[in-house]
Design a protein around this ligand. Sequence first.
Ligand SMILES: [Zn+2]
Length: 82
Amino acid sequence: MIIIVIKGNMGVLTCARKNCGNIMCDNYSHEYGYLCDSCFDELVDSGMYINIEDFMASMPQPDKKRAAIDYFRGIFEKREQY
Ligand SMILES: [Zn+2]
């Protein structure tokens, strides 16, 4: 007998992380399900020794890096490349 466990909504590839509603995720784990790019980046930033189950149960954080890039990009403009 084969039991298939479906996590989330497989039709729209919903991010399996708690309270993350992102869909059409490109990152997939047999164990944890789909993960969106935003959560994947946050996971990478957390380092290799994070407990993935704890991470999947944690609330997604605002994208601080993206916000900081936008803020500092307003101060230091990107030089034109020739
Ligand atoms: Zn996510």
